[in-house]
Design a protein around this ligand. Structure first.
Ligand SMILES: C[S@@+](CC[C@H](N)C(=O)[O-])C[C@H]1O[C@@H](n2cnc3c(N)ncnc32)[C@H](O)[C@@H]1O
Length: 247
């Protein structure tokens, strides 16, 4: 993780959950899809790589009380510090590649909205493969190559240039030995305009950190003009589910 990324998450940790949880229903909905796609069983050892504040690890435990603690791995100690003390959640302060190099066994791995931060994805996949048990699953959730969030044009173009393409990741996963299946999950989001603008102002998407205060301000003015007649914004949240099976 670059110093800038590290700094971003260290700075944003205190307000992360407030910024990122559109609604409890959204987290429940997405978690149910994650549990199903991971084919989670009570006895599984699950790793949440790039767990952040543990929003999804905690919801997984609500939906399926696993027998073994979920291993929450994140290089940001401040993001990890937001995970409630619960002996069913084991915090590991490390980056994904370093963690995957450790000789440890697990059955399932979740990487949700963190893969774009990992520089050497090929090394990560090749390191994870031998750590997984036979029948183990690595599930990667990422945003698609284009998004229709109500964000300003300059950001959207920058996003399209920097977001890894799921097809490239699928090739790397296959090269590491996995059988790969691709799925798409969509959820309609409705959010108060003032709340969404606050999220933008706080640079809720990590790519927004590349914009200066002045650029963010100009972006918000563009959005204020575009959505002048709306009090609530509606858009589709779309996730690519990349399911990699160790057959
Ligand atoms: C957008 S957040 C997603 C957090 C969580 N998975 C979720 O969906 O709520 C991205 C997370 O990836 C972490 N991260 C950044 N670089 C990483 C790396 N090299 N290895 C593992 N995690 C990383 C960040 O610290 C941050 O907590």
């Amino acid at each position: 993780m670059t110093n800038k990324t590290q700094e971003h998450y260290q700075n944003i940790a205190n307000i992360y959950d407030e910024l990122w949880i559109y609604s409890e229903e959204f987290v429940e909905f997405l978690t149910a899809k994650i549990v199903a796609s991971l084919e989670l069983k009570y006895t599984d050892v699950l790793v949440d790589l790039g767990s952040g504040t543990g929003i999804y690890a905690q919801e997984i435990l609500k939906q399926l009380p696993l027998e073994n603690p979920i291993i929450c791995v994140d290089p940001s100690d401040r993001m990890l510090s937001k995970i409630s003390s619960d002996n069913r959640l084991k915090k590991v302060n490390a980056d994904a590649v370093t963690f995957a190099a450790r000789s440890q066994r697990y059955d399932k791995v979740l990487i949700k909205e963190a893969i774009h931060h990992i520089a050497d994805k090929e090394l990560l996949f090749k390191s994870l493969f031998p750590r997984l048990s036979a029948g183990g699953i690595l599930l990667i959730l990422l945003l698609p190559p284009t998004i229709d969030y109500p964000l300003f044009e300059k950001y959207l173009r920058q996003y399209e240039q920097s977001q890894p393409h799921y097809e490239d990741l699928a090739k790397l996963l296959a090269g590491a030995g996995f059988e790969v299946a691709i799925d798409f999950v969509e959820y309609p989001v409705s959010i108060e305009k003032t709340q969404y603008f606050k999220m933008v102002e706080n640079r809720y998407m990590s790519g927004l950190r590349r914009f200066s205060d002045r650029e963010i301000q100009a972006g918000l003015e563009e959005l204020a003009r575009k959505y002048a007649d709306s009090t609530v914004l509606h858009f589709a949240e779309r996730f690519v589910f990349l399911k990699a099976l160790k057959a």
